[in-house]
Write a protein that binds this ligand. Structure first.
Ligand SMILES: [Zn+2]
Ligand SMILES: [Zn+2]
Ligand SMILES: [Zn+2]
Ligand SMILES: [Zn+2]
Ligand SMILES: [Zn+2]
Ligand SMILES: [Zn+2]
Ligand SMILES: [Zn+2]
Length: 1755
């Protein structure tokens, strides 16, 4: 279709190009009616440029628009060439000091916790780095898009409002000047004209609602009737639904549908079909039909193409205006003026108003364009910002209502601009006084809250789905109210007072609607049928929490306001309670001669609500009054006279009773909704304005009442009045054993009631209640949190309430109460309570949950035991109450209280007769303790002549009155302290008695009245004796404990030796074997150990016994016995790769024989080292397979391993495995144990013999494959191939291995082949042995790399599993030829050999620059037996090994000389050239000869030697490991420790001269010709001519990406990254590959690609090429490491970034600055280098099953 249109478009272009911007502008300048002139121009051209086909062509459109439409405007505006005009404007401009940078999605933003006026004040990264705040406590977040940098806004920052760049010029500090003075009159007039016309045009066309008709002045004569079917975005339908529908409706591919859907989601609309009206209408009806089933249909319009064209240009125009005003503040001001100018129709018709009011009608893309324009114009101009704010406030109700009914997210609504306006303190204040903003917001909000009940209370359970939806959206208004209140006034005008109180009234009205909402009734008999809706009410409460607090803060600032607010609040409360006492029968309660009247009310039978915001607000205001000056100076001014204490306490008390009853299990049938409500009532998010305020309200009420009255009312509400008012009631009660439940219930209720009394008297850490400072409250909060256990910073923050600025105030006090313990390699930093703070611990701290309380109790007792103190946890000393609350303490010593205490103690004394509980007693003891502490405080602080009226100690010494004559409380305590059943409370009782005596002494000292002294001293003496006895007892216990520990220690030691017997034995065995070694060859005991060659150290046979982990049977590893195997995991790897772009195109045809030195893709084998019988494993694996098949049928669950791919978990350690390696003896010994080198050929001779043999073999091979099969039978033909002496190609050796071992050799070989080449298994494939050798070589190389990287010795103590794995792998690879076709292995050997020793017919073999020498060595050595076994001339395997090794070593040296000696490293040589140096020099010169001097000028011999040694070291180390495992010769002790270079030891071990050049000298005869032939390879020549690259040695180690110290650098980098596929769109989940540094657009439709026929996300696709299936990523937005393996496996891992408190921040929720932790990064790097990523994923998935269910391939 596109091609058909092509010529037409071309033709139009030509006609358009004739239009000149300059001429058009000139015409306009002459015009009398500029508007119609411009409109004609637009009417003609716009439809010619835009919308010429089904798809937009942005580049072409933009070019044409600039030339034909915008160009003339720019010429007109400047009156000259805009290139000069704009430059001049820019020069003349005096920019304002605002940064105003509009944030992109994901861009980092910074806020200063010390200086920002509120948390919405943020800086862009650039400004932040240049500001003073970078050294303050800052917070970092990522922007959700929208919003701008507040740098330069003096109202946003308390200190340092400007960064260095936006700092004010000191020379021009004068008043705000009009920016228009910098522009000429003409310019102003022209700008005004053109802005007015264009702005109006844009607004008109964007808000145009007709679908096929243009505004009259834009209609054109000739009209092509083409239409678009325009699909609009909504937030109801999912991506998948839209994609599916589109495929059906417009018949497009899935790819196209995805692209349409992506654009619709991003821009808000996209045309999905282009053509005549009918054609579009048809698509529309299909879409509507398909999407209307469950929800409202997708919005689709059929629009005339010219309308779409004008709308597209309208948007372009708005962006253009935004960029033009960037040149000059003057232009910006003109635009603002144009925008806010009242139109001819009066109110609400300025262009800005029209846009705002049409906001919800516009599509997403249009909205964001004009919002951006508003931000860069109106909000950047201080004068117009104010005018705009007023317009915004005037339209507020309408805008918010539009938003509530619209379905787009708030960030796409103009209503969201409120944050930009309301958070400016001066604007907010102005809007409150002039526009009555608070009231406006409140009434708008209230207007959306329906329905309500008869009393006008909210009823959320009656909400329909639509109302609930609206309710969710309308909540953002609360946020607006919060913005308005966030900065508090410093001075009050009469107007402000009045308007604030008006707003306060509106707010009270909301609270009144909430007071008593969602009431509940206890269910008896049966469960409730449906869980009632409770979340909505709590959401509202939670959102309001900060607003309520801020309302109080505002009131606190002005006494007049406070008193007025108090009165109004009280009035509303009274209104809520009207009818409170009516219709109720009053009842009279009396105990101990006190009596009170109250209403009859039972929480367990009548309605009760947990929502009491009005009384709670009143409680808050009451505390403020108590804190105010008026309370001290003239309390009579306070409006307290109208208070009715019983009314105040009634509802909060019911709340407490409700909680107690729920806890006692009485409300079980009410379901979870109630449990949740109770939970949130106490939760840190709500409690400040719920639970806490209820405590205060009760305290307020009680402080104004007779405490006896209060206690009686409380007993009655708790439904416990009977128990305590009737003597002997308890006894009768307990005898009713049938009611166990009731007994338990009542016990719990009593406990809860006592707890409440403790809280009422004890909770004074609230300014206004107690005499405390502002930090005391938070300090106490922290002490109690840390009493539970040490906590990380974030845990602590979570447990503390945050204020509206998200501050807890913790930083100011944490140092005084806690020590910080740094984090280790895992875990996080912890705060620990300072020991001296323990005495402030209150067991009944009111914010403890029950679980926390018991944990804290246990922890504190344990601590005391550790410090060898008694374990009593007495109440702490408390600060005194404020005067208004002072009478509260009397509750402790009032008669009813003493009666309650006495009753419970009595129960405990006669412990069998009553139903009582220990916690009940514990609480009573605590209360007694509190009373004694109180009295002691009073006595100590009492001023002269004052009488202490608090006489608790005297009251408890008095026995009870007749008739029961109960003993005194003191006496009962004395009795109880010896009670054997109260062991746990003994220390506490003793503490009470001690304190009692102290008080008595103080009283005696101060008073003249003699008290019975003897009694006291007797008691004291008695106590002293008891103390002594106790100490003795404790000492004895301690001794016993010590003895027990000693015994345990020695037991553990014995156990350890048992456990590690194997280890101890191994060392013994090794010692023994060294001494028994004999024969002529050197022994192990000799200091010089040699791994190969004539001097190879003879190692005596070591019998190896292993135990199968499955059947526990022990077996010896032998050639002929059943196979034993190790669980193993084979994986492809690019960890060592030097070229990640390389990838195998066609694995079926790929020839892996020669490994390229870039090691671009290797095969790694790992193992956990656990041994099994082959048959045991087979059985195990079969059962896993069967189980898995059953499971998959049953529940389509995934596992962490893929059975179909042969994966399983090691049955012992659960490590992921995919095959097994057989355990073998050193294979060399089986075939040829002869080590006598006396008659062996030297290298030259050997090479000659082998060449002959290989030539003969190749000849034979050719014959076999010749077209005359019969000829091979013919002995005469054989004669043609001259067979070297003693060579018998027809000989086939017998395979020595048992059947089961052979089978395992094949199994592992095939598995390695399958994984390594990513092909289907094929046992017969000739590449199987190659891949096995390759895996052996690669695994050794990667181990060498890891060891060197960590500076560890080559043969240092390796983990057992690594050692076992390498040994088995090497021996397996060496034995594998026995199960392969002999001729295939021989063929490989011939090819490998020929690459070094070219034969007569050099095929296409790689040059020595393109061969990894270690892989070559391993291949040659391991394939050699296949040739040698047919050689009967007497050449031994050992000889071959040695010569092959020497040959490869020399080739490697030449490789190094050719590639790696070119640069002088500047170091001067230290000594005169020695033998080695001159030899190296002459070798180099030989090389130069052969290469025709293409090599560089000779460096110094010293430099050459250094280069060779450095370059060859990794090869030597790998070779040492290889021969060590192959031949089983122990490693030389020198190489087992770290230290200086082990070059010489390695040479000795490997049978090399330490002057390596001597190898060449010794074999000069053959080497000269070999070097010559190597150098003459055409690739070598190309390299020397600079036509290609080659790897140089030593290869640089591969590490993960270097990460920046500061995490925000990464965020910034990622925010600049846009999706590579969807045209400059920001990526939502930018993800960094830590291996190669690529940034990817992860987890998104746009970047899905196809991999093996499946759609996968960018990370999985990248992993396939970059890491051969293993990926290590950092998800930048989430600050989370991602491990991927294959398509199905993955896990998240802790990021290497920590905040100052030693914690990671996964998800970036906390926003503390994050810095790189090198150790943790090192750990991730190690996982990668050691090929343990897949294993780590396996473990993570086993530990957390939810990880298995994630679709990792979509990331
Ligand atoms: Zn900035
Ligand atoms: Zn700045
Ligand atoms: Zn700061
Ligand atoms: Zn077994
Ligand atoms: Zn294992
Ligand atoms: Zn990568
Ligand atoms: Zn993308």
């Amino acid at each position: 279709m596109a091609s058909e249109l092509e010529p037409e478009v071309q033709a139009i272009d030509r006609s358009l190009l004739e239009c000149s911007a300059e001429e058009t502008a000139a015409k306009w300048l002459q015009a009398t009616d500029l508007t119609s002139e411009v409109y004609q121009h637009l009417a003609y051209y716009v439809p010619k440029i835009y919308c010429r086909g089904p798809n937009p062509v942005p580049q072409k459109e933009d070019a044409l628009v600039q030339r034909i439409l915008l160009g003339p405007m720019e010429w007109y505006l400047c009156g000259e060439d805009p290139a000069f005009g704009f430059a001049k404007l820019e020069q003349a401009n005096k920019p304002s000091h605002l940064c105003g940078r509009v944030f992109k999605v994901g861009e980092p933003t910074y806020s200063c916790r010390d200086c920002a006026v509120d948390p919405t004040c943020v800086l862009c990264m650039e400004c932040f780095l240049a500001s003073v705040h970078r050294d303050h406590r800052y917070r970092m977040t990522t922007s959700g898009g929208g919003g701008f940098c507040d740098c330069g806004d003096t109202e946003a920052w308390k200190v340092g409002p400007h960064c260095q760049k936006h700092g004010p010029n000191p020379s021009e500090m004068e008043e705000e000047e009009d920016p228009l003075v910098h522009l000429s009159e003409d310019m102003i007039a022209r700008t005004y004209n053109i802005f007015a016309i264009m702005f109006r045009y844009a607004v008109e066309i964007l808000t145009w609602e007709k679908e096929s008709e243009l505004p009259a002045d834009l209609e054109m004569a000739e009209k092509r009737d083409t239409y678009y079917c325009m699909l609009f975005n909504d937030e109801v339908h999912t991506y998948e639904q839209v994609i599916f529908t589109l495929q059906k409706a417009v018949n497009c591919t899935q790819k196209e549908a995805i692209s349409f859907a992506t654009t619709v989601d991003r821009d808000g609309r996209r045309s999905v079909r282009y053509g005549d009206f009918q054609y579009c209408e048809q698509a529309k009806s299909v879409i509507v039909r398909n999407t209307s089933r469950q929800t409202k249909p997708l919005k689709v319009q059929v629009m005339h193409s010219s309308i779409v064209a004008h709308q597209n240009f309208g948007l372009k125009l708005l962006s253009w205006l935004g960029s033009i005003i960037g040149y000059s503040d003057g232009l910006r001001r003109i635009l603002c003026q144009v925008g806010l100018q009242e139109g001819p129709d009066g109110e609400n018709c300025s262009l800005v108003d029209r846009l705002m009011l049409n906001d919800s009608q516009l599509w997403k893309g249009a909205r964001s364009v004009y919002h951006q324009l508003f931000m860069s114009s109106l909000l950047m101009d201080l004068k117009y910002k104010k005018l705009f704010a007023i317009r915004f406030a005037k339209n507020y109700e309408r805008l918010q209502s539009d938003y509530v009914t619209d379905d787009h997210d708030r960030e796409f609504s103009v209503a969201d601009l409120s944050v930009q306006i309301f958070t400016v303190p001066s604007l907010a204040r102005m809007l409150i006084t002039e526009e009555n903003l608070m009231t406006v917001i409140m009434t708008t909000f209230m207007g959306h809250l329906r329905p309500r009940d008869a009393q006008g209370r909210l009823q959320f359970e009656r909400y329909t789905a639509l109302q609930a939806f609206k309710f969710r959206r309308v909540q953002s208004l609360i946020l607006d109210l919060k913005y308005v209140l966030i900065s508090k006034p410093t001075e009050w005008s009469e107007e402000l007072r009045q308007k604030f109180l008006e707003g306060f009234d509106a707010f009270l009205e909301l609270l009144r609607c909430m007071q008593g909402m969602d009431p509940i009734t206890r269910q008896v008999g049966q469960h409730i049928e449906m869980e009632p809706e409770w979340e909505a009410a709590f959401t509202l409460q939670m959102k309001l929490t900060h607003v309520i607090s801020m309302m109080q803060d505002w009131c606190a600032l002005d006494e007049k306001v406070l008193i007025e607010a108090y009165k109004r609040c009280l009035a509303v409360l009274a209104q809520c309670h009207s009818g409170f006492t009516d219709s109720e029968q009053p009842v009279t309660l009396s105990i101990c001669g006190h009596s009170v009247e109250t209403i009859r009310y039972c929480v367990s039978q009548e309605k009760v609500s947990i929502h009491l915001p009005v009384s709670r607000l009143l409680a808050g205001l009451h505390v403020l009054l108590s804190k105010s000056e008026a309370a001290h100076k003239c309390p009579e001014l306070l409006p307290l006279s109208e208070l009715s204490p019983p009314m105040l306490i009634e509802h909060p008390l019911r709340c407490f009773v409700l909680c107690a009853q729920v806890h006692a299990g009485m409300w079980r049938r009410n379901g979870f909704s109630l449990v949740n409500q109770i939970y949130y009532y106490h939760n840190v998010k709500c409690r400040r304005e719920m639970f806490d305020k209820d405590v205060v309200m009760l305290q307020t009420g009680v402080s104004m009442m007779d405490p006896n009255h209060f206690l009686m009312i409380m007993l009655s509400r708790f439904e416990l009045y009977q128990i305590f008012s009737t003597p002997e009631y308890g006894k009768r009660f307990s005898s009713e054993t049938a009611h166990k439940d009731v007994v338990h219930q009542n016990n719990t209720l009593i406990e809860e009631m006592l707890y409440l009394i403790i809280m009422l008297v004890g909770e004074r850490f609230n300014r206004g209640v107690g005499q405390v400072s502002a930090t005391d409250e938070i300090r106490r909060e922290i002490i109690h949190q840390l009493s539970i256990r040490p906590m990380a910073h974030s845990e602590l923050v979570k447990s503390l309430p945050e204020d509206e600025n998200k501050e807890t105030g913790m930083e100011s006090v944490i140092e005084t109460v806690a020590h910080f313990r740094k984090p280790g390699l895992t875990g996080r930093g912890m705060y620990e309570l300072k020991p001296e703070c323990a005495k402030e611990f209150n067991l009944y701290f009111y914010h403890f949950s029950r679980a926390e309380q018991s944990k804290a109790e246990e922890a504190q007792r344990k601590l005391k035991r550790q410090n060898r103190e008694d374990t009593a946890l007495p109440p702490p000393v408390l600060p005194p109450f404020c005067p208004l609350f002072a009478s509260l303490v009397n509750i402790l010593q009032c008669d009813v209280m003493l009666c309650i205490m006495g009753t419970i103690l009595q129960w405990a004394v006669e412990h069998n007769g009553y139903a009582w509980s220990e916690s009940m007693l514990q609480r009573v003891l605590h209360l007694i303790g509190m009373a004694l502490q109180e009295e002691k405080q009073h006595l100590e602080n009492v001023a002269e002549e004052h009488v202490v009226t608090f006489t608790f100690s005297q009251k408890i010494s008095r026995p009870g009155d007749a008739p029961n004559n109960s003993p005194s409380i003191l006496a009962m305590l004395e009795t109880l302290q010896n009670a054997p059943y109260l062991e746990l409370h003994k220390d506490m009782i003793r503490w009470i008695l001690k304190t009692f005596n102290t008080i008595k002494k103080i009283r005696e000292r101060s008073s003249t009245s003699p008290v019975a002294e003897t009694e006291g001293s007797i008691l004291e003496e008695y106590l002293r004796d008891k103390d002594k006895a106790e100490r003795k007892r404790k000492a004895e216990i301690a001794r016993l404990r010590r003895e027990k520990i000693m015994a345990q220690m020695s037991e553990m030691q014995r156990h350890f030796i048992d456990e590690n017997r194997e280890l101890f034995q191994q060392t013994l065995e090794l010692d023994a074997s060294t001494s028994t070694a004999s024969e002529s060859s050197p022994m192990v005991s000799d200091l010089v150990l040699t791994a190969l060659g004539p001097a190879q150290t003879r190692v005596p046979e070591q019998r190896q016994f292993v135990t199968c982990i499955l059947c526990q049977e022990e077996q010896e590893v032998k050639v002929e016995s059943r196979a034993m195997v190790l669980a193993a995991f084979v994986q492809r790897s690019t960890v060592l790769s030097k070229d990640r772009r390389k990838c195998v195109q066609d694995p079926e045809k790929y020839d892996p024989l020669f490994m390229h030195p870039d090691l671009s893709c290797g095969t790694h084998t790992g193992s956990c080292g656990h041994v099994m019988h082959a048959h045991c494993w087979q059985r195990y694996f079969d059962s896993v397979q069967a189980k898995e098949q059953r499971r998959q049928q049953r529940l389509r669950l995934h596992t962490s391993y893929d059975v179909e791919n042969g994966e399983f978990l090691c049955p012992l350690c659960e490590r992921l495995s995919n095959t097994v390696i057989p355990l073998l003896l050193p294979p060399r010994k089986i075939f040829n144990s002869r080590l006598n080198f006396s008659d062996q050929p030297d290298l030259t001779e050997w090479v000659r013999t082998i060449s002959q043999q290989t030539t003969a073999l190749q000849g034979l091979r050719k014959e076999e494959s010749s077209p005359h099969p019969a000829s091979s039978e013919n002995p005469e033909n054989k004669e043609k191939v001259r067979l070297p002496e003693g060579f018998r190609p027809d000989f086939h050796p017998k395979n020595p291995y048992s059947k089961s071992i052979k089978e395992m050799l094949r199994t592992f070989g095939t598995a390695t082949y399958k994984v390594g080449l990513k092909v289907h298994p094929n046992e017969e494939d000739p590449r199987v042995p190659i891949v096995c050798w390759g895996s052996c070589a690669y695994t050794i190389q990667s181990l060498e790399r890891v060891l060197s990287d960590e500076d560890k010795p080559l043969f240092g103590p390796l983990p057992c599993r690594l050692d076992d794995c390498l040994r088995s792998l090497t021996r397996f690879a060496a034995a594998h030829w026995t199960v392969s076709s002999l001729s295939v292995v021989q063929g490989h050997f011939c090819k490998l050999f020929t690459s070094l020793v070219p034969g007569d017919s050099p095929g296409e073999l790689p040059c020595i620059l393109d061969v990894d020498m270690f892989h070559l060595l391993v291949g040659l050595v391991l394939s050699f037996p296949a040739l040698q076994c047919q050689d009967f001339s007497g050449i031994s395997l050992g000889t071959g090994d040695l010569h092959i090794f020497h040959l490869v070593t020399m080739a490697h040296i030449i490789q190094i000389l050719l590639t790696s000696c070119t640069e002088e490293n500047g170091m001067d040589q230290e000594e005169p050239p020695g033998e080695e140096e001159s030899a190296a020099l002459s070798l180099y010169n030989t090389l130069r000869e052969h290469t025709g001097s293409a090599l560089k000028e000779t460096p110094s011999g010293w430099h050459l030697c250094r280069s060779i040694r450095a370059g060859i070291m990794p090869f030597l180390k790998c070779s040492a490991l290889f021969f060590h495992y192959l031949n089983g010769v122990p490693s030389p002790p020198e190489v087992q420790v770290t230290g200086t270079s082990h070059f010489e030891h390695l040479c000795n071990y490997l049978c090399l001269p330490s002057n390596l050049i001597r190898l060449f000298e010794e074999n000069s005869e053959i080497m000269n010709s070999l070097i010559k032939s190597w150098c003459h390879h055409k690739e070598v020549k190309r390299f020397l001519a600079g036509e290609r690259d080659a790897i140089s040695y030593p290869r640089e180690p591969n590490r993960l990406l270097d990460l920046p110290q500061d995490y925000s650098n990464l965020i910034n980098q990622a925010s600049n990254f846009s999706c590579p596929k969807s045209g400059g769109d920001k990526s939502r989940a930018p993800t960094l590959c830590l291996v190669c540094g690529a940034l990817l657009c992860s987890q998104s439709y746009c970047c899905q690609t196809e991999l093996d026929g499946e759609d996968v996300g960018a990370c999985t696709a990248h992993t396939d090429s970059c890491g051969c299936g293993v990926g290590v990523f950092l998800r930048v937005r989430e600050c989370q490491v991602l491990f991927l393996a294959g398509k199905t496996k993955g896990c998240f891992y802790a990021p290497p970034y920590l905040d100052d408190y030693g914690e990671t921040d996964q998800g970036l929720r906390r926003g503390n600055p994050l810095h790189l932790c090198a150790e943790r990064f090192q750990k991730i790097q190690k996982l990668w280098q050691q090929h343990s990523v897949t294993e780590e994923i396996g473990h993570a998935q086993e530990a957390n099953q939810t990880l298995v269910g994630i679709d990792w391939q979509h990331l």
